[in-house]
Design a protein around this ligand. Structure first.
Ligand code: BES
Ligand code: ZN
Ligand code: ZN
Length: 513
């Protein structure tokens, strides 16, 4: 594999628009009930001599969320009206309505063959409108071969529609410098999120513990991050029994990756981000059924989000020391694989009875949490595609959030919600702890089937270093989509968590947490 440090998907250029009516495709956002007051509609009516307001009313377009109305002003010019929902909706809800509207509009413009799109009517929400465009236009086309290419035919009309949007213009009254900063900032984060998506989408025969560690070291090298990678000999010496056990069934040995950002000067705080990095989860000897194994390349999504966040952080250079940690393992069944009944010892000396080798993520995360205790961090956030149970509890689009600090939980919940990353707090119910009692070891690695997302988090909590604020995001659902959701029009990896981690770092830098 050629090691990559950027998303293969090139983001469109963004410029400030002057005369919005001069662009070939317009995406115009309109709040609910605001059709007749929209300045854009008035201008279109005046300049293009079409009664666009009447046309919208005839089609029952009121600006409600999800409404889309596409109108050809001429053969070369299309306007796509998108409903932004209620202007007085709650701020987080409004932002997500705006993202979805912008994303749908831009993707529709692309699929109608336009390479340049102008965004209007997103005043004050330029960040959200651009985020949705950058993330919405993303596709993972690396291995796609279209039918006509294969046959050597000319391109069909359909494939001409596979055009990409090359340039986005944004029309806003906001100060130029301010918009420029928003554009640059949003671009950095969305590129990093799309980079994370690329890695998630790469299959297990391409991304394995070795290649994933190579990506991390190339990223660190390119963006000036510190980086240390431990191989199996060092992992054994350090006594990371969880990593050893999970990795031992694969012919490709595990790697522990530690990358970090240290600002010059005294950091405001020191934090760690830990990601689950199972490059493929077959279940091990507790083999998954055929259908559950498909998509298990997604099981490295936590680590991919950490890599995306570290990339953004290297560019944004906050006054916060940030450590990124993951143990890359491939969970495979073989003659050398760990067995149910095995008893292993985690980095901090605690013993675990392995009941089910498919509950592998928590074993590797236990080592990483304990190891983070050495780094002198005050906070840890881990992200893991940890349990199917979390999807049963919350549906496939919401991450479970559990932690040892109510304040930290609440803070992350609100922050993530504002960014369109849905999370919901689940309780670390003390009464469920006994499910993890082992007859032979300190703890066993699975409970009894009820409250699986919570018992997994309770397991992790036992390895969190003393005095550290810790939050765990179970991203099993939202890390990977099997169907389109909002502006995530491409199936597969979503890069869930990148925005929340970066924003959390910025809030900590600003003393907001
Ligand atoms: N990687 C899976 C969790 C998962 C399932 C992520 C579906 C995304 C979609 C994890 O390692 C796993 O297999 N968990 C088991 C835990 C069980 C054995 C206690 C599960 O959820 O079934
Ligand atoms: Zn598993
Ligand atoms: Zn797993």
């Amino acid at each position: 594999m050629k090691v990559f440090t950027e998303s293969l998907f090139t983001l469109p250029e963004v410029e400030l628009a002057d005369d919005f009516l001069s662009y070939p495709a317009l995406v115009v956002g309109i709040f609910e009930g605001k059709v007749s007051d929209s300045e854009f509609l008035q201008k279109i009516k005046a300049k293009k001599k079409v009664d666009i307001i009447k046309a919208l009313q005839r089609r029952n377009f009121t600006g409600k969320e999800k409404q889309v109305f596409s109108f050809d002003l001429s053969e070369e010019q299309k306007v796509i009206f998108v409903g932004l929902g209620r202007e007085d909706a709650q701020e987080w809800e409004k932002k997500e309505n705006i993202r979805r509207a912008s994303g749908n509009g831009v993707v529709l413009a692309r699929d109608s063959g336009y390479e340049e799109v102008c965004l209007c009517g997103f005043e004050g929400y330029e960040r959200e409108a651009l985020e949705a465009a950058f993330l919405g236009l993303y596709r993972f086309k690396k291995y796609k071969i279209s039918d006509s290419e294969e046959d050597g035919d000319e391109k069909t009309d359909d494939e001409k529609l596979e055009k990409e949007v090359k340039k986005i213009f944004i029309y806003t009254q906001r100060k130029k410098d301010e918009v420029k900063n928003i554009i640059d900032f949003t671009r950095v984060i969305c590129e990093a999120q799309n980079f994370a998506r690329d890695i998630v989408n790469e299959p297990g025969n391409v991304i394995n513990p070795l290649t994933l560690s190579e990506i991390a070291s190339a990223l660190a090298e390119k963006y000036g991050l510190g980086c240390e990678i431990f191989d199996i000999e060092e992992i054994k010496k350090m006594g990371m029994g969880g990593v050893i056990a999970v990795g031992q069934g694969s012919s490709i040995p595990p790697k522990v990756v530690h990358i970090w950002w240290k600002p010059s000067g005294k950091p405001k705080d020191k934090i760690a981000f830990i990601g689950k990095a199972i490059t493929f989860d077959s279940g091990g000897l507790s083999l998954k059924p055929q259908n559950s194994m498909v998509t298990m390349k997604l099981d490295k999504a936590g680590a991919c989000a950490v890599l995306g966040a570290m990339k953004s952080i290297a560019i944004l250079k906050p006054q916060v020391e940030v450590h990124g940690l993951f143990a890359a393992c491939e969970n495979m069944p073989s003659g050398t694989a760990q067995r149910p009944d095995d008893i292993i010892k985690i980095f901090d000396g605690k013993t675990v009875e392995v009941i089910n080798t498919d509950a592998e993520g928590r074993l590797t995360l236990a080592d990483m949490l304990a190891f983070a205790g050495r780094l002198g961090v005050s906070k840890i956030v881990d992200l893991a595609t940890l349990t199917g149970a979390c999807m049963v509890a919350l549906g496939e689009f919401t991450a479970g959030l559990m932690g040892n600090s109510e304040k930290f939980n609440e803070f992350i919940f609100k922050l993530a919600r504002d960014l369109g990353e849905k999370v919901w707090i689940l309780p670390l119910d003390k009464d469920l702890e006994e499910k993890l009692k082992s007859d032979f070891a300190f703890i066993k690695n699975v409970g009894d089937g009820y409250g699986g997302a919570i018992t997994a988090a309770i397991f992790l909590s036992k390895f969190v270093p003393k005095g550290v604020e810790w939050a765990h995001l179970d991203i099993a659902g939202p890390a990977f989509l099997n169907k389109k959701l909002g502006y995530f029009t491409a199936k597969g990896g979503t890069g869930f968590g990148v925005r929340t981690l970066v924003e959390l770092t910025r809030k900590i830098e600003n003393g907001e947490y």
